[in-house]
Design a protein around this ligand. Structure first.
Ligand code: GRF
Length: 197
């Protein structure tokens, strides 16, 4: 299963995928890593010898133009799946339609609770005692779409946003890796000679 991964930040989810999937025994190849800006995630990809690309919104006349450029960059690597691993930009419906049912996102809350860019802060502010991470299929609406897997993470009494997010991220990385491994096996099975359509 060919993956293109999009990142915006530290790239620890990407690193977990590189370690457990790309270099592992699962039928997964990370063919390219893209970003909206230079970031540590891209450096991790470069260190692993994987092709990278950057599509900065500031270099495009408007959002639609940026979306199309990102779509072209992703499509040029012919992915079977696209993974948003800490990609902090919202793509439009046209982008989603270009990879129908094939984009996977990871989010640091138990969706549909706490969508958006401040999921951990919002969960803490609400006072929930259990939060977690969700891996889901991307649809045109933000942080919506069929849930592929979830993991619960208890909130500790004195948790700061940073501490809670780190614990969520540890669980999130395992969840993302195991979900992608499952999808890869399903994809491989569907491609096998004699497999039912
Ligand atoms: C993850 O918790 C992701 O769900 C959120 O930002 C974090 C990215 O972490 N949107 P990293 O860049 O993979 O380290």
């Amino acid at each position: 299963m060919r993956l293109v991964v999009l990142v915006s930040g530290s790239g620890t989810n990407l690193q977990a995928m590189l370690d457990a999937l790309h270099a592992g025994e699962e039928p997964v190849e990370i063919v390219a890593v893209g970003a909206d800006k230079p970031c540590q995630g891209l450096e991790r990809a470069e260190s692993a010898g994987i092709a990278t690309f950057v599509v900065p919104p500031g270099e495009h006349v408007d959002r639609a133009d940026w979306n199309r450029a990102l779509q072209r960059a992703v499509a040029s690597h012919h992915p079977d799946r696209v993974v948003f691993a800490g990609f902090m930009r919202i793509v439009d419906a046209e982008f989603v339609a270009a990879f129908p049912g094939l984009i996977v996102n990871t989010h640091p809350s138990l969706l549909p609770s706490f969508p958006g860019a401040h999921a951990v802060r919002d969960a803490l502010a609400y006072g929930v005692k259990i939060t977690g991470a969700t891996v889901h299929e991307v649809v045109a609406d933000v942080d919506a779409g069929p849930v592929l897997a979830q993991v619960a993470v208890p909130v500790a009494e004195q948790d700061t946003e940073g501490e809670l997010h780190e614990r969520i991220k540890a669980a999130e990385r395992e969840l993302l890796v195991s979900t992608l491994a499952r999808l890869a096996r399903e994809h491989d099975g569907a491609q096998a000679p004699g497999a039912r359509p």
